[in-house]
Design a binder for this molecule. Structure first.
Ligand code: 9Z3
Length: 341
């Protein structure tokens, strides 16, 4: 965040949830997750909550205009596939209409569905020969995952949906203790407009320029780490557009929230390099004041792939492999993480 955080009005998580309304589907979503988590526990599976895509901030109650956060959902959708492959059960909490595991290979903008089909004289449809090998592979894995019931989908649109869902789902994962992982790749708004300050109807343009003062979204990682999970392995992402800020910002987040890993990525290089920042001892680096930049308390390791040598390589494969390894150490895993797909 480039802004001076001290200038904005800050909502504590408690005040946020006491004043903002839950999404209408929350109870039904939670009931489904509860059943699903129970099934994963019975099957002795590790569970990861993957968040993906950007959150919006509506400007009106009858929403016509909103602010959005950049994210296509590639990181989250791709990572979810690799977690499934590693034997994890995945809750995929994503922005409605952003990329999803498996169907992402056939996104309308990069690989449109109609372009890989052929139709012959008798109006019979066929998949083009060149497309078949990948489609067969994707489809087989997708069907296997569907059959195993190891992928659970949830959607959000606004930052309000996201916050309520994250809190509720974390509480459902509480019984899993160290066997739960949180992989927070969604791009979450830093500022929002409380419903009490929103215009009910479409803001009219007759009055010239528009001035909106937004409040700061509560720092949700704090209660997630200290209250909503019992030892879950928490991975957050830090997105910057200046390389020099990545490591200091990631360290500050670890010092402030005391979680396990921040993965730093720069907007333009995120597909081929990321940096893992963690407490040096493997213990939380939380400090009273937060914002600690004592470098001896942190360790950093860069992960890079060579896309020129292998254009089909996905950095998420290596990110997930490293996290699975770290999570296994963290959880002292008695559970099997057998490859599933
Ligand atoms: C990320 O940094 C993700 O890796 C990307 C993925 C959004 C860059 P795509 O979906 O992009 O593959 O197109 N996500 C987290 C961004 C974020 O909002 N982080 C917060 C921050 O930087 C902390 S949780 O302050």
């Amino acid at each position: 965040m480039a802004n001076d955080e001290s200038q904005s009005t800050s909502f504590s998580a408690e005040r946020y949830f006491a004043t903002q309304l839950p999404p209408a589907s929350l109870e039904a979503d939670v009931a489904q997750v509860r059943e699903w988590v129970q099934r994963q526990q019975e099957a002795n599976r590790q569970v990861v909550l993957v968040t993906s895509g950007g959150t919006t901030v509506p400007l009106e109650l009858n929403v016509v205009r909103f602010l959005d956060n950049f994210s296509a959902g590639t990181r989250g959708a791709t990572s979810a596939e690799y977690f499934l492959k590693a034997g994890y059960a995945v809750i995929f909490m994503h922005r409605q209409f952003s990329l999803q595991p498996f169907s992402r290979h056939y996104s309308h903008s990069t690989h449109p569905f109609l372009d890989f089909l052929d139709v012959d004289d008798v109006a019979d449809i066929q998949v083009k020969a060149a497309e078949r090998p990948q489609l067969i592979e994707v489809l087989k894995t997708y069907k296997r995952v569907q059959g195993a019931g190891t992928l659970h989908m949830l959607t959000f649109v606004t930052v309000n949906d996201y916050l309520w869902l994250l809190r509720a789902i974390s509480k459902e994962l509480y019984p899993l203790g160290r066997n739960a992982m949180f992989y927070l790749a969604a791009a979450v708004s830093d500022f929002f407009l409380p419903r009490q300050k929103m215009s009910e109807h479409k803001i009219q343009s007759g009055k010239g320029s528009l001035h909106i003062e937004m409040d700061q979204v509560p720092k949700i990682l704090k209660p997630l780490v200290t209250e909503w999970t019992r030892g879950g392995y928490i991975v957050s992402f830090k997105l910057e557009t200046e390389d020099a800020l990545l490591i200091p910002k990631a360290r500050a987040a670890l010092a402030r929230y005391g979680h396990q890993v921040v993965i730093g990525n720069e907007l333009h290089t995120r597909k081929y390099q990321v940096v893992f920042v963690s407490p040096a001892t493997g213990k939380p680096a939380q400090t009273e004041s937060g914002g600690d930049s004592d470098s001896s308390k942190f360790s950093e390791s860069w992960l890079r792939i060579d896309l020129a040598a292998d254009p089909t390589k996905e950095i998420e494969e290596d990110i997930v492999a490293e996290l699975v390894r770290r999570h296994r150490v963290w959880s002292g895993s008695g559970l099997s993480s057998q490859p599933a797909a």
